[in-house]
Design a protein around this ligand. Structure first.
Ligand code: ARG
Ligand code: ZN
Length: 879
């Protein structure tokens, strides 16, 4: 583990390496405790680099066994070595030379899950961002692209299967009890895309014929016995390959594409060239154990990693500051893929919900950073919602500004101009400018300024003159390290909806607008429409065209008008959601003062009418019926948060809606499709509607019978998990709930992914008592701290997904998190740092909780011997 060094990396300090690595030949002799790695590199000095410049390579916890130059041992005086660097002096001035580095590493004791490690007996690697340096000394940075040949040798009984990047060269017996396999990847790549897998795994196989007629073998490896559960992932892979050809003209470029699922993984998945490694949670699915949400995630992540082959692998990043170049763009690509495969408005609503739930709080708290950070201490802490999700929104805005056609031209130019490069955001933006003629200088601020802009909107209707004007004003609050902000280019899609529901088509004056988009580029701008027949209602930020907060005094009647007539489904949902948010905020205020809550009859009527409206997609109705979460309400309130008051308010609102619509909800609760399960969007939407309706119906009935029956009758995990969750949330102490939990646990005793759900459902049960339950589960026989999925399922779900439980007024929740973070940091710093970010909004709590949270953070800081990952987060969170 790297402990805190205090070193800060800065974007402005970029400098190319002194030496160029042309090729690297790696040989691994796999062994759990002592794997031998021999790396032979062909290098040359870059032109213009001084003759006395040394070659300085990165390492992390390495021991050097041997070092040669062109086959001869280098004299100890000619190099200097530490566990984290190797410096070689006196190298040839010109022409290529060969350096051979030998190291020995221990996969079985590597608990960081970075570099080469073992997961359930399988050797696997994770090299992004800086894991390759835990395997051998190398220029472990994304701008060093080399051609890799990899030979893996292992005992047959230790690793039957030997995989690496690229195409298979050959293999066979090696010596007594051992065999080998050799792989060659012709595409130059950075070290973070290196991968190796060794083990005994099951496999499913398929093939794909590319648009130019090349056959590609597709293989997905999973634990023996789980092969059938990889079928959906394979299907998603083939659809992704086809989609990238059709939508971007991008074809796959090796003879084989392989995916390996492992059970211990720090993130979702990894796009290693030709050999993706996945958290098995995002590969394995069958109706009995996976929910509709799991299926949708698998589809999205399989697509995401596949799309990286062009946006990430063929065009990579110059340095880690440019992470959003590959991640924001690839998230954008997987979002549009899912939108095309499913319902576009429903997908967009889910994206907006996620962005607001994860990215907006990040931008509003102590961990705020630009989409392209300007400095970092630990790059692993920048795989964030800002880099990924806001990064995707920025690409989406480019498309909104340029239009579909010029956006595609810009992408084509990007692929053409930068294929094989390690690029920057400047390179990327230049392609869109050159393809469209559009100046994106001001727009580029989206990459460098942190924080969520606020756009204040006011309208003015002049009845006599038949003019309507819209005034927009932007502001951006200071964020850490950025006290002054420049004015941004904010594209706001809009519509003017007339009383009869038609849209007013005229163009405004006073600022740049076109194709239904206002381009807000100044602090304050007024857009004037003339010849408007009657007072229109403004629909603004349609489709969430810009990731901003909107402040506008809009009457409930106007929101209802948008909800009824907007041609954009997302805007209709948004209007109802705004209405609900308003009711919930005022209920939370009253609840805090122990005052009686006013009726929300109007909101109830809209929700019930939407629930029953068969002209709307079921998935859309389910989204609309799902009230803003407790965290959503907290975020909108902004400060001095009392989670208990918010919870009470939301419960009361749900209850009133539930009673008012019991008949409708009870009928819909039974409307889930029967017959064989299909994970497609249509059936999933029907289940989502039934599940949401079930929540209301059981609240109104006040009795667990319906839920227990649904639980017992469920023939798929979606409905079963929903019924169990509602039992635990609504009837925590009922006998039915105890029985259901017990039967679930017994049924899935040997299915870790299903047991994760069992932990998560209990971790998220509202109320102060859930703390005791979490402590109990942590001490239980099913708990395994070494498995990141299980840690996230319990500690992560409790701290990031249970506002009332985690934020218990006595601070016990924070102390639990601090204790677990300190403990896990010793094994797996990345996981520890990630779990700790659950406290990122601690300063918006009321003062009592705030003080408990602060003390918990201080206790972590004072625990000592922290990893670079955790100390970076703690130091940024504590002022
Ligand atoms: N590039 C991967 C993805 O977006 C994420 C890997 C991040 N891993 C890490 N250890 N930081 O799919
Ligand atoms: Zn990615």
């Amino acid at each position: 583990m790297r402990t805190e060094s205090g070193q800060i990396f800065k974007l402005g300090d970029y400098r190319p390496t002194d030496f160029v690595v042309e090729r690297i030949d790696l040989t691994f002799e796999l062994d759990p405790a002592a794997t031998k790695v021999v790396s032979r590199m062909i290098l040359h000095r870059r032109e213009g680099v001084a003759a006395d410049a040394a070659l300085v390579l990165d390492g992390d916890e390495l021991t050097l066994d041997g070092l040669q130059l062109d086959g001869n041992d280098i004299d100890p005086a000619g190099y200097a070595v530490t566990p984290d660097s190797l410096t070689i002096r006196a190298l040839p001035e010109s022409g290529p030379f060969e350096i051979t580095v030998s190291t020995t590493i221990s996969p079985e004791t590597n608990t960081t899950l970075m570099g080469l490690y073992r997961s359930s007996g399988v050797y696997c690697t994770q090299c992004e961002a800086e894991g390759f340096r835990r395997i051998t000394y190398f220029y472990d940075r994304p701008d060093v692209l080399a051609v890799y040949t990899v030979t893996v040798i292992a005992r047959k009984d230790d690793a039957k299967l030997l995989l690496s990047n690229g195409n298979f060269l050959g293999g066979g017996d090696y010596d007594e009890g051992r065999h080998f396999a050799a792989w060659f990847d012709p595409h130059p790549k950075p070290s973070y895309l290196f991968a190796l897998v060794g083990g005994d795994l099951g496999m499913i196989e398929d093939s794909f014929t590319t648009m130019s007629g090349r056959d590609v073998a597709l293989k997905i490896y999973v634990e023996h016995g789980k092969e059938a559960r990889a079928a959906y992932a394979m299907d998603a892979l083939k659809r992704s390959m086809k989609w990238d050809e059709e939508v971007y003209g991008r074809e796959y470029d090796l003879d084989i594409f392989q995916i390996v699922a492992v059970s211990d993984f720090n993130m979702g998945a990894m796009e290693n060239k030709g050999l993706n490694v996945f958290n098995d949670k995002y590969v394995l699915a069958d109706p009995e154990t996976a929910t509709d949400a799991d299926y949708a995630n698998i589809e999205a992540i399989i697509a995401h990693e596949y799309f990286h082959n062009w946006t990430g692998n063929r065009i990579t990043c110059r340095d880690w500051f440019q992470l959003c170049l590959k991640e924001g763009l690839t998230v954008y690509r997987d979002h549009t893929f899912s939108a095309d495969q499913r319902s576009a408005p429903v997908k967009r609503i889910a994206e907006i919900r996620l962005l607001k739930a994860h990215q907006f709080p990040e931008d509003a708290g102590p961990l705020a950073h630009p989409v392209r950070p300007q400095k970092y201490r630990e790059i692993n802490n920048f795989y964030t919602a800002t880099v990924y999700e806001k990064g995707s929104e920025v690409v989406r805005m480019i498309r909104t500004i340029l239009g579909a056609e010029d956006f595609r031209k810009g992408m084509d130019l990007y692929f053409e101009r930068h294929d094989g490069d390690a690029s920057t955001i400047e390179d990327f933006l230049a392609c869109f400018t050159d393809a469209s003629g559009r100046d994106l200088t001001q727009f580029a601020l989206w990459y460098s300024q942190a924080g969520t802009p606020l756009v204040t909107v006011s309208t003015d209707w002049n009845e006599a003159g038949k003019t309507f004007s819209v005034t927009l004003e932007q502001s951006l609050a200071p964020t850490p390290g950025q006290s002054r902000k420049a004015l941004m280019h904010i594209p706001l899609a809009y519509g003017l909806i007339l009383p009869d529901g038609r849209e007013f088509e005229g163009q405004p004056h006073g600022g740049e607008a076109g194709n239904g988009v206002f381009h807000l580029t100044k602090r304050k701008q007024t857009f004037r429409f003339a010849g408007v027949p009657e007072r229109p209602v403004l629909s603004i930020n349609r489709g969430f065209s810009a990731p901003v907060n909107i402040a506008m005094e809009q009457s409930i009647a106007d929101l209802a008008h948008i909800a009824r007539h907007d041609s954009d489904g997302v805007a209709r949902w948004q209007a109802i959601n705004d209405h609900a948010t308003r009711s919930l905020i005022s209920a939370a205020r009253l609840s805090r003062d122990d005052r009686k809550l006013p009726s929300v009859a109007e909101l109830a009527e809209i929700l019930i009418a939407t629930a029953a409206d068969e002209s709307l997609e079921p998935a859309f109705r389910a989204q609309t019926l799902t009230l803003p979460s407790e965290s959503d309400i907290a975020r909108e309130i902004g400060g001095n948060i009392d989670p208990d008051a918010i919870h009470a308010a939301r419960e009361a609102v749900m209850k009133e809606v539930a009673h008012a619509g019991l008949e409708t909800f009870a009928a819909l609760a039974d409307s889930a499709p029967t017959g064989p399960y299909s994970p497609d969007a249509e059936d999933a939407g029907k289940r989502a509607l039934a599940a949401t309706a079930m929540a209301y119906a059981s609240i109104a009935e006040g009795w667990p019978d319906r839920l227990k029956k649904a639980f017992d009758a469920a023939d798929n995990m979606t409905m079963m998990a929903q019924a169990l969750q509602l039992l635990v949330y609504q009837f925590a102490s009922a006998e039915e709930t105890r029985e259901a939990l017990e039967s679930f646990r017994a049924r899935f005793a040997d299915n870790p992914l299903a047991l994760d759900k069992w932990h998560t459902i209990q971790a998220m049960a509202p109320g102060a008592k859930s703390y005791d339950r979490v402590e109990h589960l942590l001490a239980g026989p099913d708990f395994d701290r070494t498995n990141p999925n299980r840690m996230r399922a319990l500690v992560g779900a409790f701290s990031a997904g249970n506002p009332t439980g985690f934020n218990r007024a006595d601070g016990a929740g924070y102390r639990l998190l601090a204790r677990e973070v300190i403990a896990i940091d010793k094994r797996n710093p990345q996981l520890a740092a990630r779990l700790l970010t659950a406290l990122r909004s601690w300063q918006s709590l009321e003062s009592g909780r705030q003080e408990h949270a602060r003390l918990a953070l201080v206790s972590i800081r004072e625990a000592g011997a922290l990893s670079a990952d955790v100390s970076d987060i703690v130091d940024r969170m504590l002022p």
